[in-house]
Design a protein. Structure first.
Lengths: 157, 432
C-alpha cells in the first residue's frame, strides 16, 4: 500500500511540476514572439495549485512535514511516545476529514454557481476535486505510513 | 477577550508546541476561529485554496527545483574550487572559502539548510582534514548557510513580499547590500575566529592547485552565469521573478545535462523528488496561513497590538527594537518560514502604522530569521551542520557565538540605517 501510494503521488507530482514549468516556459516563448498564449498563465496556476496539495500529501507520506514540537519530546517521555503519536494522528485526521468534506462542498457549490476562469473557461471550483483527492491521500498516508522512514524537515527553503 | 482571540492565543501555540505539523495546527485553529466567527466552514476550505492561488508563488518550487538540479549537476564543487584558489594561500582560509561559497550558492538556491547541506558536505570534511576543529567547521558552515535568506533570489523573501503586498523585485534588491555586508562581516569573523581558536593551519594545497584562477573561472562559467541570468533578467525587465525561476530550471537542466554531463535520469528523478518533499512541506503551510491571516484580520489583532505598542512608544526605532527582541525570542523555537508566515500579517500593518517602510522591515525580518537558523532549541542550520560534521549541537552552539554576535551587529546596522536596505531598490526604480 505504501509503495502504491508513493508511486501514485510521485507520478502526479512529477506531471504537475513539469506541466507548470513547461506552461511558464511556453508563456515566455509566446510573449517573445507576440503569440497569444494567455492560457499558459492559467494552466500553470492550476497545475501549481494541484501540485501544492498533492506534494503536501507526499510530504505526509514521507513524514517530511514542518513541525516544532518543543513539548513533544517532554510529553513523550512523560506519557509515552505512542499515545502522543496517536493524539497527533487523530488531530491530523480531523483536519483531513474537515478538508475533504468542505472541499467536496465547494465542488457541489461550483456546479450550482460556477466560478469560470477568464481564458480557459474552466470552472475553478472543480479544482477542489484535487484537494479532496490530496487530503484522501494524506489520510491514507497517515494510516499506512507506519513503515515509512521518518524524514522530518524542520525548515523550509 | 473574544472566543476567536482565545482560540488564537491558546489553541495555536498549544498545537504547535505539541508537535502537530504546522500546517495542520494553523488549519485546525483557522477552522475553529471560523466556527466561532459564525461563518460557514466552506469559507475556511476556500481560504486555504486561495492561499496558494497566487501567481507569484509559482517561483518557489521552480527555484527549489533549479537549486536541486544544479546541485545534482555538480555546480557546487566548481564554485568551491574558485574560492579556494582565490583565498587558499591565506592561513586559516577555509572558513572564508566556506562563507563565500555559501554566499554564491545562496544566490542560486534561495535555501538556508539547502546551502548548508550542499557546501557543508564538501567543506566540513575538507576543513577537518586540514586540522580545523570540527565544531569550528560546523559553525562556519551553519552560519554561511543563513545567507541564503538574505541574498536574492530568496524564497522567504517571495513569501514576505506577497504577505506585505510589496514588489518581489524590490525586496530582492533590498536584500543585496545587507547580504554583501553580512557576507563581508562573516568572512572577517571566520578569519578572526580561526586565528583566535588556534585553528589557523597552513595554506591549502589541493587538487588543481596548478590551475590558474582564470582557468577555473572559465571552467565554471556556466555555473557563474546563473545568478547573473536570474537577477539580471529580473532587473532588466526581461523576466518577472516567476519567469526567472523557470528560466533557471531550464538553464540548470541544460548545463547539468549537456555541459557538466552529470545529470542522468535517476539524478533528475532525485532532484524532482526532493523538490516535491520540500515544496509540499512548505507550500501547504502557506496555504493554511491564508486562513489564519483572515481570522487575524477579522479580529483586528494588528490594530490592537499597534494601539498597545503606541502606549509604550511612538518612536519607530524603539518599536523596531522591541520587535527585534521579540523576533529573536520567537526565533529560538519557531522555524523560519512559519515565523514569517504567522508573524508578518500581524507585524507589517503594525510597522507601517508607525511609518516604517515595509521593504526595510522585510530585510530586518529576514536577518532575524537568519539568527533563528542558529539559535537553539530550534536552529535548523545547527542540525544540518551537526548531521554532516557528526559534532553534537551543543558543541557547535559554543563555537557559533562569535558569528551570532556578528549577525546581531549587522541587524543593528540595518535597523538603524534604512538606507542600507532601501538605497538599491530606490536606485533601480529611478533607472526604470
Amino acid at each position: 500500500m505504501h509503495s502504491l501510494l508513493r508511486r501514485t503521488q510521485l507520478t502526479l507530482c512529477h506531471l504537475l511540476l513539469a506541466g507548470m514549468v513547461l506552461a511558464l516556459l511556453l508563456q515566455i516563448i509566446g510573449r517573445s514572439f507576440n503569440a497569444g498564449m494567455e492560457w499558459t498563465e492559467e494552466l500553470s496556476r492550476f497545475a501549481f495549485i494541484s501540485f501544492v496539495f498533492i506534494s503536501a500529501s507526499y510530504s505526509t507520506l514521507m513524514k517530511s512535514e514542518l513541525k516544532i514540537g518543543v513539548l513533544y519530546a517532554y510529553l513523550s517521555r512523560l506519557i509515552g511516545a505512542r499515545p502522543m503519536e496517536r493524539l497527533i494522528t487523530a488531530l491530523l485526521l480531523v483536519f483531513d476529514v474537515l478538508m475533504i468534506v468542505y472541499c467536496f462542498q465547494n465542488v457541489l457549490d461550483g456546479i450550482k454557481y460556477p466560478s469560470v476562469s477568464p481564458v480557459l473557461g474552466f470552472n475553478t471550483n472543480y479544482l477542489f476535486v484535487v484537494l479532496v483527492i490530496a487530503f484522501v491521500l494524506s489520510a491514507l498516508s497517515r494510516l499506512w505510513a507506519g513503515n515509512a522512514k521518518g524524514n522530518a524537515v524542520e525548515e523550509s527553503p | 477577550m473574544t472566543d476567536v482571540q482565545l482560540v488564537l492565543i491558546i489553541v495555536l501555540p498549544l498545537l504547535l508546541l505539541l508537535g502537530v505539523p504546522i500546517y495542520a495546527a494553523i488549519g485546525l485553529t483557522g477552522f475553529a476561529a471560523t466556527w466561532f466567527l459564525g461563518a460557514d466552514l466552506v469559507f475556511a476550505a476556500q481560504s486555504i485554496f486561495n492561499g496558494v492561488d497566487n501567481f507569484a508563488l509559482l517561483a518557489i518550487p521552480a527555484f527549489i527545483l533549479a537549486g536541486n538540479i544544479m546541485e545534482k549537476g555538480g555546480l557546487t564543487h566548481d564554485i568551491i574550487r574558485i574560492f579556494r584558489r582565490m583565498f587558499g594561500h591565506i592561513p586559516g582560509s577555509l572558513g572564508i572559502v566556506t562563507i563565500l561559497s555559501c554566499m554564491f550558492f545562496a544566490a542560486i538556491s534561495g535555501s538556508g539548510p539547502g546551502t548548508v547541506a550542499a557546501i557543508g558536505s564538501i567543506m566540513i570534511p575538507s576543513m577537518v582534514r586540514y586540522g580545523y576543529p570540527a565544531p569550528y567547521a560546523a559553525s562556519v558552515t551553519a552560519t554561511g548557510g543563513t545567507l541564503g535568506i538574505l541574498i536574492p533570489p530568496s524564497n522567504p523573501m517571495i513569501i514576505y513580499a506577497i504577505i506585505a503586498n510589496v514588489s518581489i523585485a524590490d525586496v530582492f534588491a533590498a536584500g543585496l547590500l545587507p547580504g554583501l555586508l553580512m557576507g563581508t562581516v562573516l568572512v572577517g569573523t571566520a578569519y578572526i575566529t580561526a586565528k583566535r581558536s588556534g585553528a589557523v593551519v597552513s595554506p591549502v594545497h589541493e587538487e588543481n592547485e596548478s590551475e590558474s584562477l582564470a582557468s577555473l573561472i572559465w571552467q565554471a562559467k556556466f555555473a557563474l552565469f546563473l545568478p547573473v541570468l536570474i537577477l539580471g533578467g529580473i532587473y532588466s525587465g526581461l523576466f518577472t521573478p516567476v519567469e526567472a525561476s523557470v528560466v533557471a530550471v531550464l538553464y540548470a537542466l541544460i548545463v547539468a545535462r549537456f555541459v557538466y554531463r552529470r545529470l542522468d535520469l535517476p539524478a533528475l528523478h532525485q532532484a524532482f523528488e526532493l523538490t516535491h518533499r520540500i515544496s509540499g512541506a512548505l507550500m501547504i503551510v502557506v496555504a493554511c496561513s491564508a486562513l489564519l491571516a483572515k481570522a487575524i484580520t477579522l479580529e483586528t489583532i494588528p490594530q490592537q497590538i499597534s494601539a498597545a505598542m503606541a502606549g509604550i512608544s511612538t518612536d519607530p526605532l524603539m518599536i523596531l527594537l522591541w520587535i527585534n527582541i521579540f523576533l529573536i525570542l520567537v526565533g529560538t523555537f519557531m522555524e523560519t518560514m512559519s515565523a514569517i508566515i504567522i508573524l508578518a500579517p500581524i507585524l507589517v500593518p503594525l510597522v507601517t502604522a508607525f511609518g516604517i517602510n515595509p521593504i526595510h522591515f522585510g530585510i530586518i525580518l529576514m536577518i532575524n530569521t537568519q539568527i533563528a537558523f542558529l539559535t537553539p532549541p530550534l536552529g535548523v542550520n545547527l542540525f544540518v551542520a551537526s548531521q554532516i560534521s557528526q559534532v553534537p549541537v551543543e558543541r557547535i552552539v559554543r563555537s557559533i557565538l562569535p558569528f551570532l554576535l556578528a549577525l546581531l551587529g549587522v541587524l543593528a546596522l540595518v535597523t538603524l540605517f534604512p538606507q542600507i536596505s532601501l538605497a538599491l531598490p530606490e536606485l533601480l526604480r529611478s533607472l526604470r
